[in-house]
Design a protein around this ligand. Structure first.
Ligand code: SF4
Ligand code: SF4
Length: 444
């Protein structure tokens, strides 16, 4: 029997429309807007000014703290201005806007197609390279990767888990990466193992990507200590806690981090970015993005330079369909709706999903009928109907007591509710309320 996580979960239609589409390189735009905050943590500090000439791979904003990441130019050209632009979060963030001229790269970057298997760096040297390259978690969390490679004092990693689950419907960028850059991703995994000083790694992949499972298995003879574990298809298996439970049986405690059970999780895209950073001296300046939707003419997977407007990606897929109701950054379950297509592709942009009008309309919600379906599907063992009620009534301490902060915002509860109740919206409100309460407490 295939492994999976034991609590809750759903199986929405997969709609992996672009699974067979090879990664194509998207044309470089005339202008890029590169936000300095593309990660969790402090924004990076801009280190260029209007009129500066930059090359591809040059640092344009320096890490603004330990939990932060360098930002590099994804193009060559002249800095037009430093200004606030709306990013995929819907908020205005500081960005470096560059007018593109040619495609000149920093000389230190190895741009050849050569595959480099061997490396001889110490753990510290690897962490430094990953940090300098601005690598962050590419599964959507965008947590700076160097931080995850340095377990806090008193903890140690015993196993590395590579997340190749891609359980969000529609998205296929990780799937294509495993098929097309499998060897590089495996070297990236070895490098991460060395950095963490562990001798075991598991790559968890859902069984709807059997071609990726066979491909990686066929390569594994050259990689010691790495195994591929096929998983039952079940959303949200890509959640760190769900994946750890599925592949190791270990349970991360409420409020705890994976390191509490001696595990560290990195995404397949991150493993590939680590390969490029360490073996090719290439900073994180681009990523694979899926562009998809039922009315999209040519759904596909594109390698996109950061700062490229989302509208360029939509253009490449055949233009915005007439029946467009909603444009989402990410997948349908956890993604965020965009209010403009001018927003730039950034480190956390795994996909752009265009939903037709008839699927994106919100139905008016009705009273709770106490069916408990939301409780059954919650992978964190929460009571979503109750969390919504206490958030609505601003019973903040009660929200905290009911472990609202454990919610991973997977949306499974809202998905199954027969009364169309906006559970997740209210749960997010509850999390914000509790977050504010905790910050206020810590100031006292
Ligand atoms: S969104 Fe939160 S409360 Fe709802 S099912 Fe997911 S984890 Fe549970
Ligand atoms: S699924 Fe909806 S109707 Fe059923 S208990 Fe939960 S909130 Fe109430």
């Amino acid at each position: 029997m295939l492994k999976t996580f034991p609590k809750g979960g759903i199986h929405p239609p997969e709609n992996k429309l672009s699974a067979d589409k090879k990664i194509e390189v998207l044309a470089i735009p005339k202008q890029v807007s590169i936000p300095v905050s593309q990660h969790i943590g402090a924004p990076a500090k801009v280190s260029v000014k209007k009129g500066d000439i930059v090359k591809v791979g040059q640092v344009i904003a320096e890490q603004g703290g330990f939990v932060s990441a360098n930002i590099h130019s994804s193009v060559s050209g002249k800095v037009f201005k430093v200004d606030a632009v709306i990013d995929t979060s819907g908020y205005k963030k500081q960005a470096v806007i560059i007018n593109v001229e040619g495609d000149e790269w920093d000389e230190k970057i190895d741009r050849s197609e050569d595959f480099i298997k061997d490396f001889n760096y110490s753990s510290e040297e690897i962490i430094k390279k990953v940090q300098e390259a601005g690598v962050v978690g590419l599964g959507g969390a965008t947590f700076p990767s160097h931080v995850k490679l340095m377990p806090p004092k008193g903890t140690k990693a015993e196993i590395l888990i590579i997340n190749g689950v891609e359980c969000e419907p529609y998205l296929t960028s990780d799937h294509r990466l495993m098929l097309e850059k499998g060897k590089e991703m495996l070297v990236g995994t070895e490098i991460l193992m060395k950095a963490l000083k562990v001798d075991k790694a598991i790559i968890g992949i859902e069984n709807n990507k059997s071609d990726a499972i066979s491909h990686l298995n066929s390569l594994l003879k050259d990689y010691k200590g790495i195994t591929v574990v096929p998983l039952k298809v079940q959303y949200p298996q890509g959640g760190e806690k769900q994946l750890i439970k599925a592949v190791t049986g270990r349970e991360v405690p409420s409020g705890g981090l994976p390191i509490a059970v001696e595990a560290v999780v990195h995404n397949v895209g991150t493993a590939y970015a680590v390969y490029e950073a360490v073996q090719k001296n290439k900073p994180l300046i681009e990523r694979v993005v899926t562009i998809t939707g039922k009315s999209v003419k040519n759904p596909g997977n594109y390698l996109v330079r950061f700062g490229t407007p989302v509208k360029d990606l939509i253009e490449a897929s055949g233009g915005l369909p007439e029946d467009t109701g909603k444009i989402i950054s990410g997948g349908p379950m956890m993604g965020k709706a965009l209010n403009t297509t001018d927003v730039p592709v950034a480190k956390g942009t795994s996909g752009i999903l265009i939903m037709p009008k008839d699927e994106s309309k919100r139905r008016a919600f009705k009273p709770c009928i106490r069916c408990a379906k939301c409780v059954e599907v919650c992978p964190m063992g929460l009571e979503p109907f109750l969390l919504m009620t206490v958030a609505e009534k601003a019973l903040i301490e009660r929200s905290e007591k009911e472990d609202v902060m454990d919610c991973i915002e997977c949306g499974s509860c809202s998905y199954v509710c027969p009364s169309d109740r906006p559970l997740l919206d209210y749960i997010r409100l509850g999390k914000n309320q509790v977050g504010a309460l905790r910050r206020a407490r810590s100031m006292k």
